[in-house]
Each structure stands twice: as C-alpha cells, then as structure tokens.
Ligand binder design. Structure first.
Ligand code: B16
Ligand code: MG
Length: 215
C-alpha cells in the first residue's frame, strides 16, 4: 500500500522564510549584545519562538525575567513580520507548485504542519490560503517539534492514520517528530543530509512522486 496524504512543513520547505527568521533573530541579538551566528540559527529550525529564544540566550550572561523574554520574542516577531510583508508567491521554493498539483491530481490529501504561529499570514502572502486540505500550526499545539503533536493534528484533520502519511521537512527536529509520530519522513534542504529521513532530496524540483508515496 502506498501513502494517502502528504504533510508539508512550511518554513524552509514551501517558502524560504527561514532566512527571515535568521535576519530577525540576528537583529534582536544585536540589540541585546548577544553573539548569534548561522550555526546557532540551525538549531532554531522547527522549534517554537520561545524555545528559539532560550537557545539564543544561552550566549548571554544576563538573567532575563519572563516578561523581558516575552518582550524580546515579540520584538523578534515584529522584525520578522516586517520582513514577511515583502513575501509573495514569487518566494515559493522551486518544485513546490508542481508537487502540490501532481498530488492533487492523484487524489492525495495535502496538509501543512508548521510550528509557526505566523502560518495563516504566510499562506495568505504566498496566495496558498485555502489551497491545502488541512492546516495545523503553532497556534494550535502545546509541544513543538521534535514532538509529533503538529503532524498528528494535521493527520487527524485530514482523517488519516499516521501510517498513511508522509511528512516533508527541512529540520532535523521535524524529521524526528515525523518518526516519533509513526509517519514516513522526507528530508529536503537543510535536512537533505539527515540520516533519519527515509528519502532525502536537495529540493522539491528533484522529487520522484513514486519514491515520495511508497511505503
Ligand atoms: P513563529 P516550521 C518554524 O516553522 C520555524 O522553522 C522556526 O524557526 C520558528 O521558530 C517556528 O516556526 C515558530 O515560528 O515565531 O512564526 O511562530 O519550520 O515548523 O514551518
Ligand atoms: Mg521548517
């Protein structure tokens, strides 16, 4: 039997908002005089905003109150939202639209499973709101990746069992989450080298639909 649904991560799979996250965190870290670089940024892929902040604060000696942490996370989100205002359907990553259309033609259900609370806004900006059969995002979950909650929620919204679903992810935390949820994990972009992914490709323009959907 082959898979009946594909759950797409958003940031780094559908659209390159991962660059904007980096720019926004970098600005916030600079404001606070905290060291931050691309290597640290890789640890933020797929994890929630507050958990990302905690990782950045590992480089700071200052003890921040919860209120101050919330202010910093909000400041970062404001920088991020400003960058998102420049986003359009031109920023959809290579191969994405072809894969989505091919899956629709085959009658395969498609969903978004993202840790981002900005998911509805991003989908609107890239004109894909209403395009997916289901959307599960950071506004609806308690635990972020590597916990499988967001993917299990997406599967439930599609009316599918976990074993019927494939997850496409750019984050090691997302691959771990898919495996933990009992779904097939496909690694793209940054996760193209992740050994825990069952199928690995540099970007979606290189995907084989047969390979994607096979058990
Ligand atoms: P927000 P994904 C994740 O999106 C990002 O990869 C991660 O870097 C970010 O911290 C998280 O969303 C939360 O985003 O601040 O917009 O709520 O990869 O799960 O689509
Ligand atoms: Mg991602």
């Amino acid at each position: 039997m082959s898979k009946r649904a594909v759950i797409f991560d958003l940031d780094g799979v559908i659209v390159s908002t991962d660059e904007f996250h980096y720019e926004a965190w970098k600005q916030m870290a600079e404001d606070e005089g905290i060291y931050f670089d691309k290597k640290i940024n890789e640890r933020l892929r797929g994890v929630s905003r507050m958990e990302s902040l905690e990782i950045i604060l590992e480089r700071s000696e200052t003890l921040y109150t919860l209120q101050k942490k919330e202010d910093l996370a909000e400041r970062k989100n404001n920088y991020y939202r400003n960058l998102l205002n420049t986003l359009s359907e031109m920023d959809i990553l290579p191969g994405v639209m072809n894969v989505l259309k091919a899956l629709k033609e085959l009658g395969i259900k498609i969903a978004i499973g993202s840790s981002s609370k900005n998911t509805p806004f991003i989908l609107e900006r890239i004109k894909l709101d209403g395009y997916f059969d289901a959307v599960a995002d950071g506004n609806e979950i308690k635990y972020s990746k590597p916990h499988p909650e967001v993917f299990l929620l997406a599967a439930a919204k599609l009316g599918m069992d976990a074993f019927e679903c494939v997850v496409i992810e750019d984050a090691d935390a997302g691959i771990e989450a898919a495996n933990a949820g009992g779904m097939k994990a496909v690694g793209v972009g940054f996760a193209a080298n992740c050994l825990n992914a069952k199928y690995r490709i540099k970007d979606l323009s290189l995907i084989s639909i047969d390979e994607l959907l096979k058990d």
